[in-house]
Design a protein around this ligand. Structure first.
Ligand SMILES: *Cc1c(COP(=O)(O)O)cnc(C)c1O
Length: 355
């Protein structure tokens, strides 16, 4: 399929703009939306040409399968403005690839690369003024796709919508993150959908996370569903553990999401001659290391926060505090990644894409 020129993506401009009401110096994360959105319909066995329309509510039939069977997936990406106000994406083809991996698992038709990438670029160009420039802020991009077709029959829908919405967002400061190692509930299972960014994966985490919050934690660290012995990942972040000077993270599997931040960190670490082990890491190994003082860092990695350092983890009623380090790996990786994203440094990995 050829490139879709901006001219064939029809653009219906909104009559008014909300931009003057937005306080770009005090943006929260993902709670203000730009004036337009991209919509693309799947009907009669094919994707129609995407269109850009004013951001606003959708009309859906109550029998749309999204409401009943949860056929829905999403992605999370960001666009960055550099000092010259040029716009960049970070590894966008990887998001497209993962989107289709998620789609396939949920029996949703895959979206062609040019619809996703060219559609996103056209939307970002139209909304250029909405991309924040303040240090640490960016345009959060939410591509998503769901079953709009009707029917109470539990089977895949025959109609879908692919959409992209944009949310100018401030730096995501999670503060000191206190996590609980979960041993009762599971996020995902062998043969399941944990590797997909499927809506229901996140709904399923809300209740156990609420219980953890009631106990004074911010988030849950998921362990394997069989014995709850192995550290897997957090709600929307992969987990890294530093013991002495070695960086350890779990291998991806059908239970763990293949994070783009995760794989970027692994590449940067190897490039910095930091020892990386991609292997199963058990809860008891982490508890032992904490007791011996060899546990130096734990952090989450994902597009929203880039890196979210963990200050404390709870396990079976005991809290273990992590040391506060100068020049932590977390701070090194965060700087290296964001410098590439914001075009502050050369990008020897070829991750940055100018639009
Ligand atoms: C999105 C997500 C991540 C992080 O992926 P990135 O590509 O780095 O943003 C990790 N785990 C889960 C469960 C996720 O949904």
């Amino acid at each position: 399929m050829g490139k879709i020129a901006d001219t064939i993506i029809s653009i219906e401009k909104s009559k008014t703009s909300k931009i003057a009401q937005v306080d770009f110096d005090n943006l929260a994360f993902g709670s203000v939306y730009s004036d337009h959105m991209l919509v693309c319909d799947y009907k009669n066995g094919a994707w129609e040409v995407p269109k850009i329309v004013p951001y606003g509510p959708l009309m859906l039939n109550p029998s749309a399968k999204i409401f009943h069977y949860g056929q829905s997936i999403f992605e999370g990406m960001k666009a960055y403005k550099d000092a010259k106000e040029d716009i960049y994406l970070f590894r966008p083809l990887d998001n497209h690839k993962r989107f289709n991996i998620s789609a396939k698992r949920m029996a949703i038709p895959e979206i062609p690369e040019n619809y996703f990438i060219d559609g996103l670029k056209a939307l970002l160009k139209l909304e250029e003024q909405w991309i924040p420039t303040k240090e640490g802020s960016s345009m959060y991009i939410r591509p998503f796709m769901f079953a709009s077709g009707e029917g109470f029959h539990a089977s895949p829908a025959n109609e879908y919508k692919f959409m992209i919405c944009l949310a100018p967002s401030g730096a995501y400061f999670a503060g000191k993150v206190k996590v609980l190692i979960e041993e009762t509930y599971s996020r995902s299972a062998n043969g399941g959908v944990g590797y997909a960014k499927a809506g229901g994966n996140y709904a399923g985490q809300f209740y156990p996370t609420q219980l953890a919050i009631e106990k004074g934690y911010n988030q849950v660290i998921w362990t394997d569903d069989v014995h709850h012995e192995n550290i897997e990942e957090a709600g929307a972040m992969n987990i890294f553990i530093r013991i002495n000077d070695t960086l350890i993270t779990a291998p991806t599997s059908d239970r763990i999401l293949d994070g783009i931040t995760r794989k970027s960190i692994i590449d940067i670490a190897l490039d910095e001659n930091i020892k990386v082990e991609v292997r199963t890491i058990t809860v008891s190994e982490v508890v032992e290391a904490a007791k011996k003082g060899t546990l130096k860092e734990m952090f989450g990695a994902g597009t929203a926060a880039v890196i979210s350092p963990i200050s404390t983890f709870g396990h079976r009623g005991t809290d273990y505090d992590l040391p506060e380090l100068e020049n932590s790996y977390a701070s090194i990786f965060k700087k290296k990644i964001t410098d590439i994203q914001y075009n502050k440094t050369e990008d020897k990995f070829g991750w940055r894409v100018k639009i």
